[in-house]
Design a protein around this ligand. Structure first.
Ligand SMILES: [Fe+2]
Length: 158
């Protein structure tokens, strides 16, 4: 860890850095999935879903940036290597090839749901550990993720 004047105990910061990096890896993978769907989707509502997936990607990028910077602020190092990210992501894989609209929506919804589930668990872990700042960041991300999941699922209705 890097030296810092931060007053939280090093052991606690270490645990939070690991928690933040685990979520960072998932957020980067969420960005990949959203961009993959943005690029490869085809269907009658192409423009709507193409733009919606880009909105998810933009949010995922912001989540990743916030998680990485919180990790570094606590004296850690952000997981920035694509090989590490690919190895440790918890998200289900995005189907390869051209994605029909319904399949793309389903895949991104599945990724958002798993990302959100893990972020919600991380809120409690950070809270119980005594790091209100990290718990607050996870809470913000959780709320935004819930909203994105709603946006995607609303497009799945027929
Ligand atoms: Fe684009």
């Amino acid at each position: 860890m890097n030296r810092t004047r931060h007053d939280l105990a090093p052991k606690l910061r270490r645990a939070m850095i690991d928690l933040l990096n685990a979520s960072l890896v998932d957020a980067v993978d969420l960005w990949n999935h959203a961009k993959g769907a943005h690029w490869n989707v085809r269907g009658p509502a192409f423009i709507a879903v193409h733009e919606l997936f880009d909105k998810v990607a933009g949010q995922a990028e912001q989540f990743a940036d916030d998680l990485a910077e919180r990790s570094v602020a606590l004296g850690g190092v952000a997981a920035a290597d694509a090989r590490i990210q690919a190895k440790f992501s918890h998200l289900p894989p995005l189907p390869e090839g051209t994605l029909r609209q319904a399949r793309a929506l389903q895949a991104v919804a599945d990724s958002l749901a798993e990302f959100g589930r893990r972020v919600r668990k991380a809120i409690d872990v950070a809270d119980e550990a005594g790091d209100a700042g990290t718990a607050d960041l996870f809470t913000q991300i959780s709320r935004e993720t819930d909203k994105l999941l709603w946006f995607i699922e609303a497009h799945e209705e027929r």
